[in-house]
Design a protein around this ligand. Structure first.
Ligand SMILES: [Fe+2]
Length: 247
């Protein structure tokens, strides 16, 4: 077996666990939702857990991730493992981070896998956005990639599916130079040439509208991004992002 064949066979194995994306409205009781919000607040009060993104560019509105340790980490992981046991059969490990974002995430994956990493799911649990009457989405695409990567026009060119690319470097189901239909594009993103260029070749699988007590769960290979929530009038959003891997 050549190395490309070995890589393909490993990807085929991983892909056999894929199921797509599912939105679960009302998944949490109000009590559970309040528990997660309280943990999030405790986590942000512990400055040692904080990591900043866009710090130089946007000093007063940096995106802030909180990666809790200690009691908060322990309690949330125990809660998620129990709550997700019917969604993620078998034994699994789970990691999570709180994200407070003033700036939308562009297309990316949170993929990555090890030799045994076959249970590749992730999810977002919306905890807060302001103002509450605005529409905030996480948009999950049909296109897939098996490395943890960001995508912009230049890198998309590099990973356009071609015969000579190794399987892991391909964007699966990528549509190349095909524009995203207006009806989808204009619902979620700002109408700029740059944004249109980024979205070229991608198609929407699931738009997840943020609501209290809801969750979206999808395969970690699925490329996803934020809607332009600032353009929709929302100032910031806070969510719990979890990723699961098999043991
Ligand atoms: Fe992500």
């Amino acid at each position: 077996m050549t190395s490309v064949e070995a890589e393909q066979s490993r990807l085929d194995h991983i892909r056999s666990f894929e199921t797509g994306c599912e939105v679960k409205d009302g998944f949490f009781s109000m009590e559970e939702f309040d528990f997660l919000r309280a943990q999030m607040k405790a986590s942000y009060e512990d400055k040692g857990t904080l990591h900043y993104r866009n710090r130089e560019a946007y000093s007063s509105q940096s995106d802030i991730m909180s990666m809790p340790r200690g009691q908060v980490q322990k309690e949330v992981i125990a809660f998620l493992k129990d709550k997700l046991k019917d969604e993620l059969p078998g034994t699994f490990e789970i990691d999570f981070t709180f994200h407070k974002n003033y700036h939308p995430y562009s297309l990316h994956t949170d993929a990555g896998y090890g030799e045994e990493g076959v249970l590749l799911k992730q999810g977002i649990i919306p905890l807060e956005f302001y103002p509450e009457d605005k529409q905030v989405y996480t948009v999950i695409m049909h296109q897939r990639h098996y490395l943890s990567s960001g995508f912009h026009p230049k890198s998309i060119q590099l990973v356009t599916p071609q015969k000579d690319l190794s399987p892991i470097n391909r964007v699966y189901e990528y549509k190349g130079e095909v524009d995203m239909p207006n009806i989808e594009f204009l619902k979620y993103w700002e109408d700029t040439p740059m944004k249109r260029s980024i979205m070229k070749g991608f198609t929407v699988h699931t738009p997840f509208l943020w609501k209290k007590r809801s969750m979206a769960i999808w395969d970690r290979s699925m490329i996803h991004c934020s809607s332009d929530f600032k353009v929709a009038g929302a100032e910031y959003k806070i969510g719990l992002m979890w990723i699961a891997r098999g043991l």
